[in-house]
Design a protein around this ligand. Structure first.
Ligand code: NAD
Ligand code: DAU
Length: 377
């Protein structure tokens, strides 16, 4: 049985990737290596945890011996590396943790993979180290069209009323790296290490840089789940600065589908940008979120708009992200499947229908699930 190691599989995106691979590839063993930091929640994988082709290992990607023995035991042939510290605000308060996990953790995984794959008779043949990165490594784009104009890009899911671009420039695979936050600096550094392992040792590697994800099971420190929960409880919605910043949003299952396509059909040593072709100014997105949540809660649409509270801006707050993912569209035939309004409706509904999930996360109760499932090892 072929084994694929997925790191960070108990997190937001990782759990969607694990679910997709475990169910779509029953003849593949999916090994999920996750440290279960505050962001790791095994309850995200409750529906697949008993599948015969799924194995969970609690461990730290910075622990070289753990990774090597895991890779040898399962004869891992492919790695999809998602484990990371992922929240920009935390990186501003605690940059060292980001350097440790994102830079040293990635380097540890690369070195473990090199050790294990080079000792095999076939060497690197049939192997792949696929690193999941972010659009934030490219820095920030100008907001030259504050009201937005029709986006030059089209996709099947792009006929939504709001399909706007807020500037002429987009991040391309060749855009020069210019990270601003400790988080994006640590991701940029890890991307460079991955490419260096290809260029130096001939390791088959791939990097993808994706835009903002949204959907079920995102930790409620990030904008969308935090605000849905606050609207439900009628708590203030802290909008950084004037809410003018622009993000390009992609439904998490579309990202997982892209990862699947790229893992199986992407060209080694390439970079692919993944994005939603879907730019939204924060304040417009927040108003949509309030209206949608109000409606689904049976409240008057928009009655909670007065929860919006402008607060001090994030330090070094990147103004605009916008991904050009036409290379992926052109070469591998991937595109987003959902219009944003539909994705937001689905997402709000999920959080409202899964209040128990949210309550266990916000109370900290989710942290006992590992012991309940696996004992206190
Ligand atoms: P997340 O914070 O929800 O999950 C991260 C997971 O990694 C958690 O399960 C955590 O327990 C695990 N982890 C952290 N440190 C670890 C360590 N030392 N060893 C083992 N496991 C560890 O993150 P996410 O939002 O799902 O992001 C996943 C990846 O995708 C990250 O690499 C992130 O940079 C990238 N990314 C995220 C987005 C987004 O919008 N969320 C967009 C583009 C790229
Ligand atoms: O672009 C990809 C990145 O998207 C990923 O690499 C990161 O892991 C992921 O966290 C995300 O980063 P952002 O900083 O863009 O996401 P966040 O949800 O934290 O914030 C989205 C926007 O909303 C951003 O402009 C900051 C703003 N914001 C956020 C929070 C949490 C607020 O105005 N108020 C808030 O309370």
């Amino acid at each position: 049985m072929k084994s694929i190691l997925i790191t960070g599989g108990a997190g937001f995106i990782g759990s969607h990737v694990v679910r997709l691979f475990v169910t779509k590839y029953p003849d593949c063993r999916i090994v999920n290596l996750d440290k279960l930091t505050y962001a790791g929640n095994l309850e995200n994988l409750r529906d697949v945890e008993q599948r015969p082709n799924y194995t969970f290992v609690r461990g730290d990607i910075c622990d070289f011996e753990t990774v090597v023995s895991l890779m040898r035991r399962h004869e891992v042939e492919g790695i999809i590396h998602l484990a990371a510290e992922s929240h920009v605000d935390r990186s501003i308060r605690d940059p060292f943790t980001f350097a440790r996990t994102n830079v040293l953790g990635t380097l540890t995984l690369l070195e473990a993979a090199r050790r294990c794959w080079e000792e095999r008779p076939e060497g690197y043949a049939g192997k792949l180290f696929y690193h999941i990165s972010t659009d934030e490594v490219y820095g920030a784009l100008e907001l030259t069209r504050p009201e937005g104009v029709a986006s030059p890009f089209t996709t099947t899911a792009s006929s939504a009323e709001h399909h706007l671009a807020y500037g002429e420039e987009f991040f391309e695979e060749t855009t020069r790296y210019a990270p601003h936050s400790p988080y994006s600096a640590s991701k940029a550094s890890s991307d460079h290490f991955v490419r260096a392992y290809h260029d130096t040792y001939g390791m088959p590697t791939l990097v993808t840089n994706c835009s903002n994800n949204y959907g079920p099971c995102q930790f409620p420190e990030k904008l969308i789940p935090l605000f849905i929960n606050n609207i439900r409880h009628r708590r203030p919605l802290p909008v950084y600065g004037r809410g003018e910043n622009v993000r390009d949003w992609l439904y998490v299952e579309d990202h997982a589908r892209a990862i699947d396509r790229i893992f199986h059909h992407g060209r080694v040593a390439e970079t692919y940008n993944i994005g939603g072709f879907n730019e939204w100014k924060n304040i417009d997105l927040i108003r949509l979120l309030v209206r949608t949540t109000d409606r689904l809660l049976g409240r008057r649409e928009g009655e909670d708009l007065d929860l919006i509270t402008f607060v001090e801006d994030r330090k070094g707050h990147d103004l605009r992200y916008a991904i050009d993912s036409r290379k992926l569209q052109r070469e591998l035939g991937w595109e987003p499947s959902l219009q944003f309004e539909e994705g937001i409706e689905r997402t709000v509904r999920w959080y409202l229908d899964n209040q128990a999930w949210m309550d266990r996360v916000t109370s900290g109760a989710y942290r006992t699930y590992y012991e309940e499932m696996y004992g206190s090892r």
